[in-house]
Design a protein around this ligand. Structure first.
Ligand SMILES: C[S@@+](CC[C@H](N)C(=O)[O-])C[C@H]1O[C@@H](n2cnc3c(N)ncnc32)[C@H](O)[C@@H]1O
Length: 213
């Protein structure tokens, strides 16, 4: 007889597989949510309004390496690749193998690198791809529901891996991420996008030599 928790996990996976067949990309995203609700933190991907506003301040001609945490099913990946230089690179990092497998199957672009791992390890991942810094790092991570200590560790590692003048771009339903960012980034611009489910807060933390370490 199977244990109750493994029976529940099996039931969630079966429901998720049906949704994937029915709704394609949104089904894959929702399946990830029902299997790992605290890690995914949202039931549907970000809106095109959020994508456009978040990427607005990026200086694409100065971007050799763009890193994204928590790409999910790739809502930001195609818009980033559309704007990225021909010799630029996009590294995306997600803890969910369902999403990383989906991205590897659906995005065929030599500038695109999908890594199964945690954003906490961004420094090692960036160096393993032959870079010593990132120009921009984008995060859709649900900072409020991540395990204790993970959010602060990610904010610190992100500040270390960015070049001066680069930026940490963060969107979230709450302002929690700003608390973690503020320990490292002196200048943080803020915004709010109502046309998103749920409406979301947006932050752009600019790395400067005068920042606290
Ligand atoms: C709200 S979803 C964002 C999806 C997508 N970026 C969007 O805007 O539609 C959050 C994502 O963060 C991922 N995630 C959670 N913890 C992570 C971590 N420590 N490192 C990398 N990805 C993580 C989840 O697997 C999920 O794909």
């Amino acid at each position: 007889m199977s244990r109750p928790d493994s029976a529940a996990a099996l039931r969630r996976t079966t429901i998720g597989q049906r949704l994937t067949r029915l709704f394609g990309q949104w089904g894959v995203f929702f399946r990830g949510f029902i299997e790992e609700p605290r890690m995914v933190g949202s039931i549907i991907p970000s809106s095109r309004f959020t994508v456009a506003r978040m990427l607005g301040p990026v200086k694409w001609d100065k971007c050799d390496l763009f890193v994204e945490y928590g790409p999910g099913v790739g809502t930001f990946c195609r818009p980033v690749l559309d704007r990225l230089k021909r010799d630029g690179a996009l590294i995306v990092i997600d803890t969910n193998p369902l999403y990383i497998d989906y991205l590897k199957r659906t995005i065929g672009d030599s500038r695109f690198h999908a890594v199964l791992g945690s954003a906490e390890d961004v420094e090692a991942i960036v160096r393993a791809h032959g870079f010593d810094h990132a120009d921009y790092v984008l995060s859709g991570l649900p900072f409020s529901t991540l395990p204790g200590g993970v959010g602060p560790a990610i904010a610190a590692a992100t500040h270390r891996i960015l070049r001066p003048g680069g930026a940490f771009l963060v969107y979230q339903f709450s302002a929690r991420a700003r608390d973690f960012m503020a320990k490292h980034f002196r200048r943080i611009d803020s915004g709010f996008e109502p046309l998103n489910i749920l409406p979301c807060r947006m932050f752009w933390g600019w790395k400067d030599d005068s920042d606290p370490a």
